[in-house]
Ligand binder design. Structure first.
Ligand code: NAI
Length: 242
């Protein structure tokens, strides 16, 4: 379904991003994998895409929070792949703490990575999509950005901001044939939530269990080619934020 098209996935070296990369490669997409620091992990995901699905796959180390680094990396992606059809802004971090004691540094770092990082990628790849006259952007937000969450003022603000960004970009780029949607995972089993399974969390989830990385990848696989869907926020949360 995505054969011959290029997908760029940030934070694609592990966790939810890794599952998204493998899902898109299984649909035939060539993949540009952006990761933060662990080169071995990034290279390994790219190698598995090539070997298992026969697609082109290249990994790039890039701090999405840095405007100039993102510009340079998107330039390399353009050289390596030509056009870009799909951008998945998945890279994200948490630095939780009560708002009364949260440091300015921790607030800025989370906003810079999760929200400005997505803007930086859209800013540098959308001209390429506009030239190709088609494109699809998917931002990975969170139920924390819909409901709020104690101890996550920085994270919730960044994820709520991503929802606003999604809707504005959807309106901005619709006349150019480019769609922009978001997926909002609830609690998914990954490194990020490794410490959260022991509290009373499960009781809050109507479906009574944590989600799997594959559940989020499935939502991305639906939205990527969904040609009449834009500005949507698709929850993948076991019903927690309904
Ligand atoms: P993870 O911590 O397992 O992976 C994060 C990925 O982002 C890694 O590949 C890392 O290299 C990359 N990354 C971090 N900072 C970066 C930077 N400055 N530049 C480039 N890449 C960077 O996280 P996980 O759990 O897979 O989460 C992925 C996304 O899903 C995040 O945006 C997260 O906020 C969101 N999410 C996760 C939930 C969960 O339950 N795990 C729930 C709701 C949303």
């Amino acid at each position: 379904m995505l054969r011959g098209k290029t997908a760029v996935v940030t934070g694609g070296s592990r966790g939810i991003g890794e599952s998204i990369v493998l899902k898109l490669a299984s649909m035939g997409a060539d993949v540009a994998i952006i990761y933060g620091s662990n080169t071995a992990l990034g290279e390994d995901v790219a190698r598995r895409c090539r070997e298992k699905y026969g697609v082109k796959a290249v990994s790039y180390r890039c701090d999405v929070a840095d405007f100039e680094t993102v510009r340079q990396t998107c330039g390399k992606i353009k050289e390596d792949f030509g056009g870009v059809y799909l951008l998945v802004n998945n890279a994200g971090i948490t630095k939780d703490g009560l708002v009364a004691t949260m440091s300015e540094k921790d607030f800025d770092k989370v906003l810079d990575t999760n929200l400005k990082g997505a803007f930086n990628m859209i800013r540098h790849l959308s001209p390429l999509m506009i030239r190709g006259r088609e494109g699809s952007i998917i931002n990975v937000t969170s139920v924390s950005g819909i409901m709020g969450n104690a101890g996550q003022a920085n994270y919730s603000a960044s994820k709520a901001g991503l929802i606003g960004l999604t809707k504005s970009v959807a309106r901005d780029l619709a006349p150019r044939g480019i769609r922009c949607n978001a997926v909002a995972p609830g609690f998914i089993s990954t490194d990020m939530t490794a410490n959260q399974t022991e509290n009373n969390l499960l009781k809050l989830i109507p479906l009574g269990k944590m989600g799997e990385r594959e559940d989020v990848a499935q939502a991305v696989a639906y939205l990527a080619p969904a040609k009449y869907v834009t500005g949507e926020v698709l929850r993948v949360d076991g019903g927690i934020a309904m």
